[in-house]
Design a protein around this ligand. Structure first.
Ligand SMILES: [Zn+2]
Length: 432
C-alpha cells in the first residue's frame, strides 16, 4: 500500500451527526469511504497500529458531513435575476418567472452545470435536483455529485395523460444518465389532474424510484375547513374527482396534503418540498407516512409566502431536510443560508430548546440523505461514520465549546465553506 492510500482530515471540531461531536477530531478516508472517525490522537494511533501510513489535511474550523440540498432546480441557475427580487405572492412571482422563461435563450444544460459547480462551492455533496428539460438531466451525473435527479411531470390533463402520458414519462426516464439515482417529481397537486397523480407514484415505485413533489407551498393548498361540505373519501368515491382544483371547487375544503395522501402519493420513499401551509393534521399525516419535508424558507420569503411552521415540525418530530430551491426564487444555492433563516424562524415561533443548531445541521445533512433514501445502506451519506461514503465539508468558523460552535455553524456558517470532499476527493478548496 502506498503512503497516499489513506488520507486524514483533522479539524478543531468534528461533527459526525450520527455520533457525538469530537473536539480535535479526525476522519480517515480510504478508497472514497470513511475508515475511522474519532479524536485525532485515536485515529492516528489506530492507523499506526494497523500499519497504515497516511497524509493529513488539518483545519482550525469544523469538519462535518457534506451538505445535502434536498430541493433545488439546477437548470434555473441562469434565472437569478428573478430570484434577486421580492414578490407579493405566487401570481406575482410566476409572472416574473414566465417573463424571463418565455424570453428564451436559456441554456438549461450549461446553467445546470453552473448550478452544480455552485453546490460544490457551498459545501454541498448531494442534492435532490428537479429536472424539467432533458438538457439539464445530466448535471449531477456530470459533476459527480450524489443525490437524485427527479424528472418533473406537470401540466397533464386526465385525457392527454391516459392517451400518452405514461409512455412519455417512461421514455424521459430511460434517457436520463446514472449515477446518481433517478426519481419522479409530480410537480404539485394543482398542476396535474388526478389521473397522473394516481399513476405516477405507481410508475415510479414499480421501477424502484423515489418521489418528490412540491406540497403546501401555495396558500391555495391550505386546508379550508369552513368550506368543507363532505368527506374527502366520499367525494373521491363519487367520481367528482378529476383534479384537486375541481374537488376544491365542489366544496371539499380539504388540504392538498390530505388530497395526495388519499391518492397514495406519500410514503417513506417520497419527500416533499416547502410544507408551508400545513395544519397539525397535515403534519401528522407526513409523520404517519414517514414522509420528510425539505424546508426552503428563503424561497418562501422571496415569493412573498408565509414562513414554514419549523418550530411545530421540530416539536412534533417531523422528518426534516433543507433545500434552497432554485436561483429563480432564492439568492443562492447555499443551504446554510436557509439553516440560518430556519434558526431565527424557530426561535421567533417559540422553539426554546438548546438543541436547535444541532437539529438543523442534522436536517441539512442526514435529514436530506434520509429524504432521498441515502441515510442507510452501502452508499449512505449525510454522516461521518465508518463505511459511509466520504462526503464532507470544512466550515471555517472559530471553535469554542461544542454547542456554541454548532450554533455558530448553523447561524453563521454560510459562505465559510472552505473545502468540499466528494467520495474522498477534494472537489473544492479555498486553499487552491
Ligand atoms: Zn421548487
Amino acid at each position: 500500500m502506498s503512503t497516499t492510500d489513506v488520507q486524514v482530515w483533522s479539524a478543531a471540531l468534528v461533527i459526525p451527526i450520527t455520533a457525538p461531536s469530537v473536539m480535535d477530531g479526525a476522519v480517515a478516508v480510504r478508497d472514497g469511504r470513511i475508515e475511522h472517525v474519532g479524536s485525532r490522537d485515536w485515529v492516528v494511533a489506530t492507523l499506526s497500529e494497523r500499519g497504515l501510513s497516511f497524509t493529513e489535511r488539518h483545519f482550525d474550523g469544523v469538519l462535518m458531513p457534506g451538505l445535502v440540498n434536498a430541493h433545488t432546480h439546477l437548470q434555473y441557475t441562469g434565472m437569478s435575476e428573478v430570484g434577486a427580487r421580492q414578490y407579493t405572492g405566487f401570481p406575482d412571482w410566476i409572472r416574473a418567472f414566465d417573463e424571463v422563461y418565455d424570453r428564451g435563450g436559456l441554456d438549461w444544460g450549461a446553467h445546470a452545470a453552473e448550478g452544480a459547480a455552485a453546490l460544490l462551492r457551498a459545501g454541498t455533496t448531494c442534492a435532490a435536483d428537479v429536472v424539467t428539460d432533458p438538457q439539464a438531466a445530466s448535471a449531477l451525473h456530470d459533476a459527480g455529485l450524489h443525490g437524485i435527479a427527479y424528472w418533473e411531470v406537470m401540466g397533464w390533463s386526465n385525457e392527454d395523460w391516459l392517451e400518452r402520458g405514461p409512455a412519455a414519462v417512461e421514455d424521459a426516464l430511460d434517457a436520463m444518465p446514472t449515477p446518481p439515482a433517478i426519481g419522479v417529481s409530480p410537480h404539485a397537486p394543482y398542476s396535474l389532474e388526478a389521473q397522473p397523480l394516481l399513476d405516477l407514484p405507481d410508475l415510479a415505485r414499480r421501477r424502484g424510484m423515489r418521489l418528490h413533489l412540491h406540497l403546501g407551498e401555495s396558500h391555495s393548498e391550505a386546508e379550508w375547513a369552513e368550506a368543507r361540505t363532505g368527506d374527502l373519501a366520499d367525494l373521491w368515491r363519487s367520481g367528482e374527482s378529476s383534479s384537486f382544483t375541481a374537488m376544491r371547487a365542489r366544496g371539499g375544503g380539504f388540504s392538498a396534503t390530505q388530497f395526495v395522501d388519499q391518492l397514495g402519493v406519500l410514503g417513506p420513499d417520497c419527500h416533499i418540498a416547502h410544507g408551508v401551509y400545513m395544519t397539525a393534521d397535515d403534519r401528522r399525516r407526513l409523520r404517519a407516512r414517514s414522509t420528510a419535508v425539505a424546508l426552503c424558507p428563503r424561497s418562501n420569503r422571496v415569493i412573498g409566502l408565509d414562513a414554514p411552521p419549523v418550530a411545530a415540525y421540530l416539536t412534533e418530530g417531523n422528518l426534516l431536510a433543507v433545500g434552497t430551491d432554485s436561483l429563480s426564487s432564492s439568492p443562492s444555492l447555499d443551504v446554510l443560508e436557509d439553516v440560518a433563516v430556519l434558526f431565527d424562524l424557530a426561535r421567533a415561533q417559540g422553539y426554546r430548546s438548546s438543541d436547535l443548531g444541532r437539529r438543523l445541521l442534522h436536517a441539512a445533512t442526514l435529514g436530506g440523505a434520509w429524504a432521498m433514501g441515502l441515510a442507510t445502506g452501502p452508499d449512505r451519506v449525510g454522516q461521518l461514520q465508518a463505511g459511509a461514503v466520504a462526503d464532507m465539508v470544512v466550515v471555517d468558523v472559530p471553535v469554542s465549546d461544542i454547542v456554541g460552535t454548532i450554533d455558530d455553524v448553523a447561524r453563521g456558517g454560510a459562505g465559510r465553506q472552505i473545502e468540499t470532499v466528494v467520495a474522498g476527493r477534494v472537489r473544492y478548496s479555498a486553499r487552491g
